[in-house]
Design a protein around this ligand. Structure first.
Ligand code: ATP
Ligand code: MG
Length: 603
């Protein structure tokens, strides 16, 4: 497991902290087991029977740490109690170091794990995002990381406490009175059985409710993202009912968890009480027989109390481990997805690009079954020339854009840029020469200026001028200036406070701002009226004279001035030529042109 190795490396990197935390943990656990011994000594010194019985090894060791001899005096009692107070202070200090350093490692690991996973998300191939819900990614980045953190922080801490405290306490008890020790362990067996019975149930409910919670948040996230669609289709009641259904199962599982936990804790109290009864009854018998002292009984009562909590913690800790294992598995699955080719720093980094684009008999398959999205497509765009692509929905137009930006790779045939196979370039470097306007014109919830200057370095002195020029060329300037804060206007999530046509022009300006060598427009003038479209195209012609351009469109008016136009249908090029040639051919293009011009005339 890759992530497990990562966690071990984190421990190794923070070995110093781990050492401090663990030392404090061991010291604290040992001190906690020693404290009842001084209470025993104090009680014995104050009781009439006194130290009638043979003292065990543990008591003798405890005595040897005192600055005075064993005696029946008030001074001795006060000294013992002073020792108890001192131990309490030391435990306090040890607890601070234990918690601070062990939790610190877990927080550090959480920090680097999140950083690593986020960086990895940037490396994911486009395909991965096609079938991964953002709610799932969100829970990977939040609850799964948290589960791992709880394992390496709190779980290790509580488990460590139990591991060191239990044997130490047991050894001391045995040295005080082995018979009483064995008797008082009987309820512990019951506790063990209760743990074995209840823990898997609590675990099961807890894991289930965690899954429910993920579904709940994914659902909520999607609902808010699609709030407009929900409203437009009057789906509010349905969404509320759906949320309630998810909430119901979550509640049922949480209640199941609470019920089992309540029963478990109740039984713990019962067994602990049984322990007290056993200690009192058999302790009294032992005292009567002269084999034990009142002080021993006091110490046993304290140990009985002190040992139950680590037992409970152990149950909780195993649950944390199970949960973290499930989370680590999911994190690993994500980390094992092959890195997107563009993120591998390899291939040629061109200093400049002429912008010659060529497809040679290219086919693309998104999946192994079904027809290919592109089937034997060829074309060549000379530097500075414009290619128009039209075709019905689903005919493969966006797939050509994806190919040129290397979002997908050809299954067959070759894609050449400046005469060289696209795979030989460093994709990252190659993309920096491309200006791309995606079909959905996605914008970030940031200012207009930041959105349009996305590809420009923040310290570029010409940044502002470039943004303005691009906005002007995209025929977007007057609208930007009429916005309340102009270029500094914040956009809502995904640019919701802009109209469809405004979003498209913002996306066009974003592609133009970095002065690319190749422009790829994927159906990005569909929401713009024909007059504005004409002005934008005229601006483009004037300003991007040497820029190779691929314009994908539904409307003939968008592509009619292109140097060459290809018509796609079902992934194949069925017609090609200039506007005049295609109209003369009287095929699909001519039919589309006639229909659209008629519609325009009627409107
Ligand atoms: N990421 C993807 N995974 C699987 N199949 C895809 C993917 N993207 C597109 N396809 C399929 O490939 C075919 C071509 O899609 P493409 O997006 O290129 O069409 P298009 O011409 O751009 O359509 P539109 O005009 O609707 O934008 C379609 O059948 C589509 O279902
Ligand atoms: Mg498309």
């Amino acid at each position: 497991m890759r992530s497990l190795r990562f966690l071990l490396a984190e421990y190794k990197a923070n070995l110093g902290w781990f050492g401090i935390g663990m030392t404090a943990l061991i010291i604290g656990a040992l001190l906690q087991t020693v404290a009842p011994l001084y209470i025993k000594l104090a009680v014995d010194a104050a009781s009439p029977e006194g130290f009638a019985v043979n003292e065990g090894l543990a008591s003798r060791l405890a005595l040897s740490l005192l600055p005075m001899q064993l005696e029946r005096s008030e001074r001795f009692v006060v000294t013992c109690l002073g020792m108890v107070a001192l131990i309490a202070v030391l435990i306090g200090i040890a607890t601070f170091y234990k918690r601070y350093y062990l939790i610190r490692i877990s927080r550090r690991t959480e920090y680097s794990l999140r950083k690593r996973m986020y960086a990895r998300l940037q490396d994911m191939p486009g395909k991965w995002f096609d079938h991964t819900r953002s709610g799932g990614v969100m829970s990977l980045m939040t609850s799964d990381i948290e589960a791992v953190r709880q394992m390496i922080g709190p779980a290790i801490m509580y488990m460590g406490g139990t591991i060191f405290m239990f044997p130490a306490a047991l050894a001391i008890m045995l040295s005080l009175n082995w018979k009483l020790t064995l008797l008082s362990l009987i309820p512990m067996l019951g506790l063990g059985a209760a743990t074995l019975w209840f823990n898997p149930r609590v675990k099961r409910y807890s894991l289930r409710s965690q899954e429910d919670l993920e579904q709940l948040s994914a659902r909520a996230q999607e609902n808010f993202a699609g709030a407009r669609v929900v409203k437009a289709f009057s789906r509010e009641e349905f969404e509320i009912a759906e949320m309630q259904r998810l909430g119901d199962t979550y509640l049922a599982n949480k209640l199941g968890q609470a019920r089992n936990q309540a029963l478990y804790h109740g039984s713990i109290l019962g067994f602990s009480g049984l322990g007290v009864l056993i200690i009192l009854y058999f302790g009294a018998t032992e005292i009567g027989a002269g084999r034990s002292t009142v002080g021993d009984m006091a110490a046993f009562l304290l140990y009985n109390l002190a040992l139950y909590w680590p037992m409970i913690a152990l149950g909780w800790v195993t649950m944390l481990f199970v949960r973290a294992a499930a989370s680590l598995k999911r994190i690993d699955a994500m980390m094992n997805v092959p890195v997107d080719a563009s993120r591998v720093p390899q291939g040629d980094v061109p200093a400049s690009l002429r912008g010659e684009l060529e497809l040679q008999n290219v086919s693309v398959r998104y999946s192994d079954h079904g027809p290919p999205a592109l089937d034997g497509v060829s074309f060549r765009v000379a530097p500075g020339r414009t290619l128009g692509i039209v075709g019905p929905v689903g005919s493969g137009k966006s797939t050509i854009a994806n190919l040129l930006l290397r979002m997908v790779d050809a299954s067959n045939g070759r894609v050449l840029v400046d005469g060289k196979p696209i795979g030989e370039y460093n994709t990252h470097a190659l993309r920096s020469f491309f200006g791309y306007v995606p079909q959905d014109s996605f914008l970030f919830s940031d200012t207009i200026a930041s959105n349009i200057g996305l590809a420009l370095p923040a310290d570029d002195p010409g940044r502002e001028a470039a943004i303005r020029a691009a906005v002007k060329a995209a025929e977007f300037e007057s609208e930007v200036l009429s916005l309340p804060h102009g270029y500094d206007t914040m956009l809502g999530e995904r640019g919701v406070n802009l109209s469809g046509g405004q979003k498209q022009r913002a996306a066009i300006a974003r592609a133009l701002a970095a002065k690319p060598a190749v422009l790829v427009f994927d159906d990005c003038l569909s929401a713009v009226d024909t007059d504005t479209e004409e002005r934008i195209l005229r601006n483009l012609k004037a300003e991007t004279r040497d820029v190779s351009t691929v314009i994908i469109a539904q409307r003939i008016s968008t592509v009619q001035h292109a140097d060459e136009i290809i018509v796609l249908d079902d992934g194949k090029v069925i017609e090609r030529g200039t506007d005049a040639e295609l109209r003369a051919r009287d095929g699909l293009y001519a039919a589309l042109a006639r229909r659209q011009e008629l519609a325009a005339a009627l409107a």
